[in-house]
Design a protein around this ligand. Structure first.
Ligand code: IMP
Length: 446
């Protein structure tokens, strides 16, 4: 039995979808613990492409129970579209459970998200415009609508009349937008409620039961560590907690129940939206990474900003997530490069800086200090073991593991399940020990 959290170690889009899909094979339960339809996984299975925003990728396995936890925010319209899409492809959705205490994204959340971004001008965050921030803001303000509220038509009607009245004042007076028709929204959400009702349960209880029955549980994070509301590059972050700690809060599971934390990082770095990005590449190499890596957002289609691997944020992600091991994805995207750079530290205001600074303005002034490594200039897409990899690619991976002080358990070389090297079992392999008895960090060789 193992309960495992999979997190993104960078700014999201690390390829967690593929890694969770791989690990889902041995999981009995897959739980999504935060975020909403801002996330998106593209999965390729037997030549078929799936895009999922809310439903955990484990849904592709017929015997796996999939749970959308209480820490998520649910846009019922998108969720129902995903259910319909899967059912059309003859993929059963019977095993999908939705937390009754997750919060619900309403039409006014989307409108306010988009209007407030426009109002911010140069200070915009570059949100996905899907209403995520406003839904979480209402949760904190204690004016949110939860899934459990959707299940009670009489109460929902009252709640929504009040909420829409309140939000209409904001839409009209602050943003100059037309008001929403309360009856129309209520009718629509009552319809959504009936479609979702068979899936709605106390998911914390379900997960606890599964833990007691010694089932394998995979907790799937969306976005990434640097987009975490508390630990990311605030204010250029999302409004939830993608870090491993978020898995406990976002599912109602105690930390003592967690066995492993697996981080996922690309062999380079990408970011969508605004905010500092020290290793960003503007020129030809940035273009090459974007084109070879097909770096366009699953949710918004936006072109992702691309740059070299940043081991400063990598080390930070290892620390704040208590990461046991790492999956490195998209190594093949680097196949054609003459040389490859890795950011080992920053230079800021004339000083060397080894740790991620929390001050956004200081972070924006950080200049990367690079170590340059030779490229391997050959295809790795058909490599199936470490021995198949060119020596330079092996050296690159080994260097990343050393810098980040964490073993690399998985290397991904393409979108399909087969294009993967399992270096060691990420679930049952040895855990990362923090320090040797003599105080030196443990580094597992790749
Ligand atoms: P929001 O989550 O839509 O509020 O957007 C806040 C920030 O998080 C923006 O910079 C988005 O581009 C970024 N973001 C949200 N979801 C994802 C994701 O799944 N991948 C990468 N960036 C994301």
């Amino acid at each position: 039995m193992a309960n495992v959290i999979v997190i993104g170690a960078q700014w999201g889009d690390e390829g967690k979808g593929k890694i969770t899909d791989l690990l889902s094979k041995s999981a009995d339960v897959v739980v999504r613990y935060q975020g909403g339809v801002n996330a998106g996984h593209t999965l390729v299975v037997q030549g078929q492409t799936f895009k999922l925003h809310l439903i955990p990728s484990g849904i592709l396995y017929p015997d796996t129970e999939c749970i959308i936890g209480c820490g998520t925010v649910i846009d019922p319209q998108v969720l129902i579209r995903e259910l319909d899409q899967l059912e059309k492809l003859k993929i059963s959705t019977q095993n999908l459970l939705i937390s009754e205490t997750a919060h619900v994204t309403m039409p006014y959340h989307r409108l306010i998200d988009q209007a407030s971004e426009e109002r911010r001008g140069d200070h915009r965050i570059g949100t996905t415009g899907r209403g995520i921030g406003p839904t979480y803001a209402d949760k904190s303000e204690r004016t949110g609508i939860r899934v459990i509220d959707l299940m009670n038509p009489v109460g929902l009607r009252k709640q929504l009349h009040w909420a829409i009245n309140y939000k209409n004042a904001i839409l009209e007076k602050l943003y100059n937008l037309p008001p929403l028709d309360a009856e129309e929204v209520i009718a629509q959400y009552l319809e959504y409620a009936e479609r979702l009702r068979p899936h709605v349960v106390d998911t914390s209880l379900k997960i606890y039961d599964a833990i007691q029955r010694r089932r394998n549980i995979l907790f799937e994070g969306a976005q990434g560590t640097l987009l975490d509301l508390d630990h990311g590059t605030y204010p250029y972050v999302t409004s939830s907690n993608p870090v491993a700690g978020g898995a406990c809060v976002g599912t109602g599971v105690g930390p003592t129940m967690i066995d492993r934390v697996i981080g996922v990082a690309k062999a380079y770095t990408t970011r969508v939206g605004e905010g500092p990005f020290p290793t960003e590449l503007d020129g030809e190499i940035g273009e090459l990474l974007c084109d070879r890596g097909a770096e366009f957002g699953t949710t918004t289609g936006r072109r992702r900003r691309c740059g070299w691997f940043d081991a400063v944020i990598g080390r930070y992600a290892v620390r704040v997530n208590g990461m046991d091991c790492l999956a490195i994805t998209k190594l093949d995207v680097l196949d054609e490069l003459e040389e490859i750079k890795v950011c080992v530290a920053y230079e800021v205001d004339g000083e060397k800086c080894n740790d991620f600074p929390h001050n956004a303005r200081r972070f924006a002034r950080c200049r990367p200090i690079y170590k340059t490594m030779p490229g391997w200039k050959q295809s790795t897409v058909d490599c199936r073991s470490l021995e198949d990899l060119p020596q330079q690619a092996l050296d690159y991976l080994k260097f990343l593991a050393e810098l980040m002080e964490v073993p690399i358990a998985i290397v991904s070389l393409g979108a399909s399940r087969e294009q993967t090297i399992i270096v060691e079992d990420p679930i049952h392999g040895p855990k990362r020990a923090l320090l040797h008895a003599n105080g030196t960090p443990v580094v597992t060789e790749v």
